[in-house]
Design a protein around this ligand. Structure first.
Ligand SMILES: [Zn+2]
Length: 137
């Protein structure tokens, strides 16, 4: 599994564009937030889903969409939290997209969506700004 594939979490989060991961990759973790290697690379309890999900915990499924109760209450709650804050990630939408077009095509779509047109850097899911050329990134 290559690095980009490894960075798409079971819940549909693309860790590559998560603020905590962007901070870690650029060695900026002394700021406000802790860094994160990404859900899969870290392979610990997911802050949101994994610790509450037996199937993910036992690695019976690779993505939430593979589950017969998808989308479960935990995922719906997470989705609502993100939509409310205007963060640019739909966990349910991403899972459906991965199911529809496959993981590699999904990663390519995400790359187009989150690559800064000005500098080619990474746009952050949480701030909506380019992490590399925006001053308050
Ligand atoms: Zn930029």
């Amino acid at each position: 599994m290559n690095e980009d594939r490894e960075l798409v979490a079971p819940c549909g989060m693309n860790c590559r564009y998560c603020e905590a991961h962007l901070l870690q990759m650029r060695g900026k973790t002394k700021n406000r937030y802790r860094g994160c290697a990404g859900c899969r690379p870290r392979n610990k309890n997911c802050a949101f889903i994994k610790k509450r999900c037996e199937k993910l915990h036992k690695q019976e499924i690779d993505f939430c969409y593979e589950c017969e109760v998808f989308p479960c209450d935990n995922l719906v709650k997470l989705e609502e939290r993100y939509q409310k804050r205007g963060w640019d990630c739909s966990f349910i939408g991403n899972n459906e997209r991965i199911r529809e077009i496959g993981l590699d095509a999904f990663i390519e779509e995400q790359k187009q969506h989150f690559t800064c047109p000005k500098c080619g850097g990474d746009i952050c899911i949480h701030s909506g700004k380019c992490f590399d050329c925006s001053p308050s990134g």
